[in-house]
Design a protein around this ligand. Structure first.
Ligand code: GTP
Ligand code: MG
Length: 436
């Protein structure tokens, strides 16, 4: 992995700020205190778009954005199948996330810095340049490729315009919000949104005070309101956590019942790798598959007759992504626990992606953080997309890293018989090991 990219999850510069959203929202409400307050409640975990996105959806056409990233200083890595994440790949992915959220990516700007600027993310000169580009390219938004600290968002917005900055986490939360269909999915997304919103309230209130012509001094009305809003969000978080505890318990019961019916195999992998397509091909289907990021949020389990006398239950799960917000992983605990109980994990890679190995590292690191213990069988999917010339080279690179990898195409069905027999074999082996 991808220490480069994932740094954002662990380092100090990684606390984001969604308050761009509120500024637009408040403006739309003519900002008396009460209405602004309603805006806050929405921020605190309803499945709405961040305010900048929402405000712009009402204009002509989708909002347009400049995408910005900080490229860690150090030797550049060549892009190749086994290269770790580079900034360009990360920005390309941010562009796909933007499109998925209904935003048009117009231009990408990156800057090499030892670490993101504490007040403006990019350094000030570069941020001013981005502000100029926004005017020249008629863009309303800046999308940052990391989760921003509240101070960074504030500084960047001071240069690029109030309410103009949306960070990677807010974008991903927005997509999850759009995709959530079931109660479990919605509860989990709401919890992640509420946890994301809570530490960002203070800056929002400073802004509202200023808009209303208040002094924003300590102990003023805003301070009291801020405290009461914080309390409401905390209460909401507690309520969501309690409800999700119930969901977890009923999932555990279901899993216990399922264990009677067969061994559990879970599909894991990067978003868009083809997990749901694979499940649909191997079983009677029912999982939503689509060429969009995070098509699946809720686990689907289907019976898979992979081999004689070995009924398997195949579960499809939510995909992972580079710089996946920690708040989301934590909130999706009920769903992700499916992985802890599986007898075998099928790790699905998109073998046609030039970043297959970088993506695999993201997934394996996430699995490690989740504490999964089941053995992993690697699946190189989408081999139908490899041209005959590059197929051998690509698969060799992948086999070097995952010698047990099975090359398949979930679309054409190539390799799926071998996958079935290797899966049965691996499940038997896992059972034998567990019995020792
Ligand atoms: N050519 C080709 N396309 C595939 C293959 N497998 C999946 N796809 C396509 O890849 C896209 C993503 O497939 P999904 O099955 O939705 O991917 P996923 O891993 O479930 O993605 P998330 O639910 O977002 O995590 C869809 O457009 C599929 O049709 C394959 O073997 N070959
Ligand atoms: Mg899926």
């Amino acid at each position: 992995m991808t220490k480069t990219g994932r740094g954002s999850k662990h380092n100090g510069a990684a606390r984001g700020n969604g308050n761009g959203r509120h500024e637009h929202e408040t403006a739309g409400h003519h900002g008396n205190g009460h209405e602004g307050h309603e805006g806050l409640q929405r921020l605190a975990g309803q499945l709405d778009a961040p305010a900048p996105l929402r405000a712009m959806q009402t204009r002509k056409g989708p909002p347009r954005a400049i995408l910005v990233a900080v490229e860690p200083a150090g030797p550049r890595v060549p892009a190749a199948v086994d290269a770790p994440w580079d900034t360009e790949a990360s920005l390309e992915e941010l562009a796909r996330l933007a499109t998925a959220a209904g935003v048009t990516p117009v231009r990408q700007v990156s800057q090499r810095l030892r670490s993101p600027h504490p007040r403006t993310y990019l350094n000030e000169g570069k941020a001013e340049y981005v502000a100029e580009l926004m005017r020249a390219d008629d863009c309303e938004l800046v999308l940052a490729d990391d989760e921003l600290a509240p101070a960074q968002q504030k500084g960047l917005e001071a240069l690029c315009g109030p309410g103009s900055v949306v960070d990677r986490t807010a974008l991903i939360l927005q997509i999850f919000g759009q995709r959530a269909r079931t109660r479990e999915g919605m509860l989990q997304v709401e919890l992640a949104q509420a946890r994301y919103g809570l530490p960002r309230l203070a800056r929002l209130w400073t802004h509202l005070e200023r808009q209303r012509g208040g002094t924003g001094t300590r102990g003023g009305a805003g301070e009291t309101q801020l405290e009461s809003d914080r309390r409401q969000i905390r209460d909401r978080i507690t309520r969501l956590e309690r409800e999700l505890e119930g969901v977890r318990r009923s999932r555990a019961t279901q899993r216990a019942q399922r264990r009677e019916a067969g061994r559990g195999v879970a599909l894991v992998g990067y978003t868009n790798a083809g997990k749901s397509t694979l499940l649909n091909h191997l079983t009677r289907g029912g999982a939503e598959s689509a060429d969009k990021l995070f098509a699946t949020l809720d686990p689907t389990t289907r019976r898979w007759n992979a081999g004689a006398n070995q009924p398997l239950l195949l579960t499809d799960t939510v995909g992972f992504i580079h710089k996946l917000p920690a708040a989301l992983v934590a909130a999706f605990r009920a769903t992700l626990e499916e992985l802890n109980e599986a007898d075998l994990l099928l790790h699905v890679l998109d073998a046609s992606s030039p970043h297959a190995l970088g993506q695999a590292d993201v997934v394996l690191e996430e699995l490690e953080e989740l504490g999964t213990t089941a053995p992993v069988l690697t699946v190189f999917n989408k081999v139908d997309l490899l041209t005959p010339e590059c197929r051998a080279e690509r698969l060799t690179a992948l086999w070097r890293r995952f010698p047990d990898g099975v090359a398949v195409s979930a679309t054409t069905g190539e390799g799926l018989d071998l996958l079935a027999s290797r899966t049965v074999q691996a499940v038997r082996q896992a059972q034998a090991t567990a019995a020792e």
